[in-house]
Write a protein that binds this ligand. Structure first.
Ligand SMILES: Nc1ncnc2c1ncn2[C@@H]1O[C@H](COP(=O)(O)OP(=O)(O)O)[C@@H](O)[C@H]1O
Ligand SMILES: [Mg+2]
Length: 236
């Protein structure tokens, strides 16, 4: 039995962390074993890298350096926490994952999408979520919400408004390009309404069969192609 990987995505203040907790509660009520984790971070090494990314001046890192750092953190997180949990049948809810890299370092900072996908392949052996919930909110509203939080993790909030607009647009384009995996949810609604929309997308996963194209797809090495034939999911 294998767990599912569900990711929460969206810009600053969209409600990802709030909804990650709420979705975990709902799944536990349905009798499912769940772990909630986040990126960058989730393991000791990845949390150390997180501090480098989310603290300090906006221009602390080049786009390329930032992409390598988030992928270094992700490699550790996937290898030491996410894959072992999935293999044990535990569902993983991850607050940000690969789509944040495509939106922030890609759409936001101009790195090529194909280069970022190659980096993801190296970092994770191509672990893609079973379901990605993209919370969509107007940039100003999200930043206003985020400003109400405490703590020194404001490096990305300190980026200019144009960057945040590109990120938000980037997430919308991902949702349009990969409609089977990614669901665009109105993050500007009440927390209860957002939770209901998320549950409507998530509940069907409980009964759905696990396909090898989903979370546990592993690129076959030479000689084992026959036993790991990929089932194409159609859109991504
Ligand atoms: N649907 C919502 N409506 C109003 N406020 C919200 C909603 N969802 C979250 N918040 C509040 O907005 C702030 C940012 O939410 P959070 O979940 O931390 O966003 P993110 O993790 O996407 O940055 C928090 O103070 C949270 O309580
Ligand atoms: Mg958060």
């Amino acid at each position: 039995m294998t767990g599912r990987l569900i990711t929460l995505e969206g810009g600053e203040g969209a409600g990802k962390s709030t909804q990650a907790r709420r979705l975990a509660e709902r799944l536990r009520e349905a009798g499912i074993d769940v772990v909630v984790t986040r990126e960058p971070g989730g393991t000791e090494g990845a949390e150390a890298v997180r501090a480098l990314l989310v603290e300090g001046d906006a221009d602390r890192w080049s786009a390329a350096a930032e992409a390598c750092l988030v992928n270094a953190a992700r490699a550790d997180h996937v290898e030491r926490l996410i894959r072992p949990a999935l293999a044990a049948g535990i569902w993983v809810i991850c607050d940000r994952f690969v789509d944040s890299t495509l939106a922030y370092q890609g759409a936001g900072k101009g790195l090529a999408d194909s280069a970022l996908r190659n980096l993801h392949h190296v970092a994770t052996q191509d672990l893609w979520p079973d379901l990605t919930l993209i919370l969509d909110i107007a940039v100003e509203a999200g930043l206003a919400r985020a400003a109400g939080r405490r703590g020194g993790e404001g490096r990305f909030e300190g980026h200019d408004i144009g960057f945040h607009l590109r990120v938000t647009q980037g997430f919308r384009e991902i949702a349009a390009a990969e409609p089977n995996r990614c669901k665009l949810i109105d993050g500007g609604a009440t927390a209860d309404a957002v939770a209901a929309a998320i549950w409507a997308e998530t509940e069907p996963l409980i009964a759905a069969p696990v396909l090898p194209a989903a979370a546990n797809y592993r690129a076959p090495s030479v000689g084992e192609v026959d036993s790991h034939t990929r089932v194409d999911s159609g859109d991504d």
